[in-house]
Design a protein around this ligand. Structure first.
Ligand SMILES: *Cc1c(COP(=O)(O)O)cnc(C)c1O
Length: 422
């Protein structure tokens, strides 16, 4: 844990919140599948002197002087990212996953062009064309869906039909609430058929790909991958854009990130990305990535054994979507609040073709990246899953809920957040 010695002296109000958050993270179970705990090394880099430096441009081509160390840091981040994802080009400057997607769209499209992406109610992300985003005023988004929410298989025939009809410039794979692997070969085939770029937003599964626990879309011919660095990849909050082998595409992306859209890169954040990429290159990270999947499978079993319907009937990655309203008669919002009181953080989520409203949907979404960082194995993951079911089945039994809260507190004490992974 950080002692925040200077903040403590100088700014007691912010110190109180930082200390509060340190305790919240240590004493509760984090099941939000997009969250994780970084190493102290990553935190030191993120809090380093590099936050002082302006370095607009790219290594060797900066607008200001004094770039000896920033060039070293960014070059290391780029080289490590390329090695990690086995590709030719990496841009490490985007500030987050949304920014990475915006830069990718702007680099590859003209206003009015079409993107074929995953339907949002079937697992896609806001930045894949939700009407609340400004992106939909600039580009035209069309959709593909699952053929059957109980298998999770995408309707590839319909996808090809829509592609032929709407002539997208990008066929976009990727999701934030989909528990299965996609048929990458099919995506590339459809993209090639209509002359589109094949792009995958790997934000959620970047760590699983880097840790070789799941297949990489690049091995099937995807042109570009966008990502966050702070989810399964276990780095600082940030974005990443990878290009498989096409220099022309990579140049367009670099130009669009800077000067097209962003100003000076956050070099402290890029140093933290570099540290995290090096951690992910270690053999221990592969063990971690595989354990994430095993733990998700252990949770899957408990939910199914308890008669809870899981979307796509289970999981092949780090996350699960449970139809708690359909199975247990408790809404997603109710479940989120109750579990939060028990010390388990997760989020309510719409399920495919949900009949309930987004602010109080039928489902919950949860996953194993953070508890696996805490060194949970299948045993503790199954224990947590059972506690979750118990909470939802005993929502009015105060005594039982208090006992569960205590059991979770004990589990957290036994599995402290590690400070280092090497
Ligand atoms: C999380 C996520 C993003 C957005 O990342 P931010 O860093 O929050 O901007 C984009 N795409 C997908 C698929 C995501 O899961």
């Amino acid at each position: 844990m950080n002692d925040y010695e200077h903040i403590k002296k100088q700014d007691p109000e912010i110190f109180a919140s930082l200390e509060g958050e340190e305790h919240r993270e240590a004493e509760g179970l984090e099941l939000i599948p997009s969250e994780n705990y970084v190493s102290m090394a990553v935190r030191e880099a993120n809090g380093s002197c590099l936050t002082n430096k302006y370095s607009e441009g790219y290594p060797g081509k900066r607008y200001y002087g004094g770039q000896t160390y920033t060039d070293m840091v960014e070059t290391l981040a780029i080289e490590r990212a390329k090695k990690l994802f086995n590709c030719g080009y990496a841009n490490v400057q985007t500030l987050g996953g949304a920014n990475a997607n915006i830069a990718m769209y702007f680099a590859l499209l003209q206003p009015g062009d079409t993107v074929l992406g995953m339907d949002l109610s079937h697992g896609g992300h806001l930045t894949h064309g939700h009407p609340v985003t400004y992106l939909t005023k600039i580009f035209n988004f069309v959709r593909y869906k699952m053929k059957d929410p109980n298998t999770g298989e995408i309707d590839y025939d319909e996808m090809l039909r829509v592609a032929k009809e709407s002539k997208p410039k990008i066929v976009l794979a990727g999701f934030s609430a989909y528990p299965r692997e996609l048929n990458y070969a099919k995506f590339v085939e459809i993209a090639r058929e209509v002359g589109a770029y094949a792009v995958m937003d790997i934000a959620h599964i970047a760590g699983l790909i880097a840790g070789k626990a799941v297949k990489s879309p690049f091995d099937f011919g995807f042109d570009v991958m966008t990502s966050t660095t702070h989810k399964t990849l276990r780095g600082p909050r940030g974005g990443l854009i990878l290009t498989r082998d096409n220099e022309e595409i990579a140049k367009k992306i670099d130009k669009m990130v800077f000067p097209g859209l962003q100003g000076g890169p956050h070099m402290n954040n890029i140093a933290a990305k570099a540290v995290a990429f090096d951690e992910a290159l270690q053999p221990a990270f592969q063990t971690y990535a595989v354990q994430i999947l095993k733990n998700a499978k252990a949770m899957e079993k408990i939910f199914l054994d308890n008669g809870v319907r899981l979307l796509t009937s289970g999981t092949s990655n780090h996350l699960l979507l449970a139809d708690v309203f359909g199975s247990l008669g408790i809404t997603g919002q109710e479940a989120e609040t109750l579990l939060d009181q028990a010390g388990i953080t997760l989020n309510k989520n719409s399920i495919a073709d949900d009949t309930r409203k987004p602010m109080d949907p039928s489902g919950i979404r949860f996953g194993t990246p953070a508890i696996t960082t805490r060194k949970f194995t299948e045993k503790e993951s199954a224990q947590v899953a059972q506690l979750m079911v118990d909470v939802m089945k005993n929502k009015s039994d105060e005594k039982k809920l208090a006992a569960i809260r205590e059991e979770i507190r004990t589990l957290c004490k036994k599995f402290p957040i590690p400070e280092s992974f090497v």
